[in-house]
Design a protein around this ligand. Structure first.
Ligand code: 6GU
Length: 227
């Protein structure tokens, strides 16, 4: 998979790509690139944003700046780009990210993530350049970068080669294998700590009983919405 992130803060991703599963995915041939929005701005002084029409606080990322960045990078009219690949605008008003959407994105060969800053995007960016708008939760971040990292993290760990165990992706919280429910609890050594014992069944070596126990715990968590 090729993931491109269009951002005003490409440096932030230098740290992100050192994360083990991200580094593994990159070593396995997947790509994560950043495109600097400021690099191709047609405005003087590296300007990328402007005050909102109609008044109000904050600054809005300009549509002509996004147009120039996408055009310079992909060599096509950005209006056509979203017919060739998923172009995702990260915005609090978008579709809420969940495991189903992550799976959907992980199957794409190429994705471009657009990060807004300040008060966000000129709406024409979302309307004309993006194929999707995605939000990572019902709260407002100062920009789309952290949301883009959340999307990249969740997507890249699903890619072949990202995790040591392919099973850890198959049977995890919210997965089809767990019928969309939260994961069962995990334990490791010591088997007893301050009198808190690990459930006996997990130490029993009875794989069938362990499987049944885990499914049951997952179901309980799903019923209470906890986990
Ligand atoms: Cl994708 N962007 C911003 N700025 N805030 C958010 C968000 C995205 N998702 C939740 N809050």
């Amino acid at each position: 998979m090729r993931l491109d992130v269009v951002t005003l803060f490409p440096d932030w991703f230098a740290w992100f790509v050192t994360q083990r599963h991200v580094a593994n995915a990159l070593a396995a041939g997947h790509e994560l690139r950043t495109l600097d929005l400021r690099e191709h701005t047609p405005l003087s002084g590296g300007q990328v944003d402007d005050t909102p029409f109609g008044g109000g606080a904050g600054m809005v990322l300009r549509v002509d700046v996004m147009d120039a960045a996408l055009r310079a990078h992909y060599g096509v009219d950005p209006v056509d780009l979203r017919m060739q690949r998923r172009v995702v605008a990260l915005t609090p008003g978008g579709r809420l990210l969940d495991d189903r959407l992550v799976d959907e994105l992980a199957r794409e060969p190429e994705i471009t993530l657009l990060c807004g800053r300040y008060e966000g995007f000129d709406e024409r960016i979302v309307e004309h350049f993006a194929s999707d708008a995605i939000s990572i939760g019902e709260y407002v971040l100062a920009g789309g970068e952290l949301a883009a990292m959340v999307v990249c993290d969740a997507v890249m760990r699903k890619l072949p080669g990202a995790l040591g165990h392919s099973e850890s992706v198959r049977e995890e919280s919210f997965s089809v294998a767990l019928e969309g429910r939260p994961e069962y609890p995990h334990y490791t050594r010591p088997a007893e700590f301050r009198g808190w014992r690990v459930p006996d069944v997990l130490l029993s070596g009875h794989h069938e009983e362990i499987r049944a126990w885990r499914l049951e715990r997952s179901r309980e968590r799903g019923a209470t919405g906890g986990g």
